[in-house]
Design a protein around this ligand. Sequence first.
Ligand code: PLP
Length: 396
Amino acid sequence: MLTPNKNYTKLKDSYLFYNIAQKTKAYLREKPGTHLYRLGIGDVSQPLCKAAIDALHSAVDDQAAADTFHGYMPECGAPFLREAIAAHYRKRGVRLDPDEVFVSSGASDELGDILDLFQRGSTVLIPEPAYPAYVDANVMAGNRIVHLPTGGAQGFLPVPDDTIAADVIYLCSPNNPTGAVLPRELLGRWVDHANRTGAVILFDAAYEAFIEDDALPHSIFELPGAATCAIEICSLSKTAGFTGTRLGYTVLPKTLVRGGQNLHAMWVRNRTTKTNGISYILQKGGAAIFTDEGQAQVKAQIAVYKQNAKTLTDALDKCGIRYTGGKNAPYIWLRCPGGMDSWTFFDFLLQHAQIVGTPGAGFGACGEGYFRFSCFGSPKETAAAAKRLQTVCADL
Ligand code: PLP
């Protein structure tokens, strides 16, 4: 008799964004036609930049002629894109062999798939508040999760603790949901900790393009020693608007060895077994992002989201609401006003301002009493939402 994976029975009933969608639907059933201001789920609002669109069109045309047509692509990524990404890292002083770059269909896919490299039942350290998929993917995999709560007093930055023995450590910087960015010195301490204890760091850099402070590291590989303890997971979703187009990359150094096994060689084996590569068309679109023209265009888009952040933080300042993020990250993490808990504030904003945000409790127990706004909306909608926010929160 077949036994399904029993770990699925340990998953919490529903996913954060599913709950939000249900509450929002119920509100709209009650008040049909109401316009909602969506500052919740982190999807982007701006279209792909011109450099990417031109490259995608031209790649489609390539597929129409026998001499430029591409069938299956190399499983780990097209050399032209792996080289473009390695060159991008070189500009930051990080030397990578292009073979250490694995092209993926996005960070979510990788964050789940990469767990194939580790023995089931591994101990996984998840600093919280955290992107909920980390916990769920590890529950499905049957891993033991150690939650590491962080709080406002420490700027929501996790600090290594040698008394916690973990096989795998998740670090997300800039962080979703808090917007906190690990400074070089603290990230260096994590690298030392992992090298000393034999842990592997999964460094989620999905929002690195939002860092504007030159002193902050974009990549864990800017730190000495990271090539023997870290895997970096990146995405073009938020950097370049590829949420629906789907493209990302993972950097896994050839020098990462645990228990006598080379994790790079294992990942090559994994990808060549479980994928048949990412489409030629998408990879051409992705390569355009790493050209000078593409970089200038995506920087201009990010500036729009940063302006949204400013619009929202100005409103919060006027209401005296405390927050972090919004500067080197596209998220604002705020203390719920009036002593409300996260879901009460969610309901309050929905009922009184028709704003949909994300309750902090959905990112781990220590997120209770906090709330996340995303800055990925259109400037017009964000400005309207900020006004409404200010009106309803002014006296709380
Ligand atoms: N990692 C973090 C921290 C995220 O917030 C997200 C998406 O919101 C992802 C990964 C997934 O990104 P992708 O669209 O590349 O799957």
